[in-house]
Design a protein around this ligand. Structure first.
Ligand code: DGP
Length: 113
């Protein structure tokens, strides 16, 4: 999609620090990390958010989740990590391209909101 920051990152028009890539997904380091490891994992296909996934393939969505675990292993997060995904205004989603935050590398707080 022309006007999407993460689509531009996936295309390489905007630079990023790549962590993982395959045919369906792309992962890169967050520009403003909230933990020692903070990776963003996105589908290559532009999907604005969780509110828009109903028509998407189970294969893609399962692959996205499974890849989060692969990346956590790759990043050495054996002591634990958090997967966060913001959807919509109340959750402060700022980039409207579906993404998972993978956070770890230190003890995280018990707070969810
Ligand atoms: P969210 O607020 O859940 O929509 O998360 C968007 C994340 O995207 C936020 O943690 C900061 C990150 N981000 C925004 N712009 C850029 C960028 O240009 N490069 C990278 N690597 N991350 C970005």
């Amino acid at each position: 999609m022309d006007d999407c920051l993460f689509c531009k990152i996936i295309e390489g028009t905007i630079p990023s620090t790549k962590v993982y890539e395959d045919d369906l997904v792309y992962a890169f380091r967050d520009i403003a990390p909230q933990a020692p490891v903070h990776v963003l994992l996105v589908p290559k296909k532009h999907i604005p958010g969780w509110a828009d996934v109903r028509g998407e393939s189970d294969e893609l969505l399962a692959h996205l989740m499974r890849t989060a675990a692969v990346i956590a292993d790759q990043e050495g997060l054996g002591n634990g990590y958090r997967i966060v995904s913001n959807c919509g205004d109340h959750a402060c989603q700022s980039v409207h391209h579906l993404h998972l935050h993978i956070l770890g590398g230190q003890q995280l707080t018990g707070q969810m909101a």
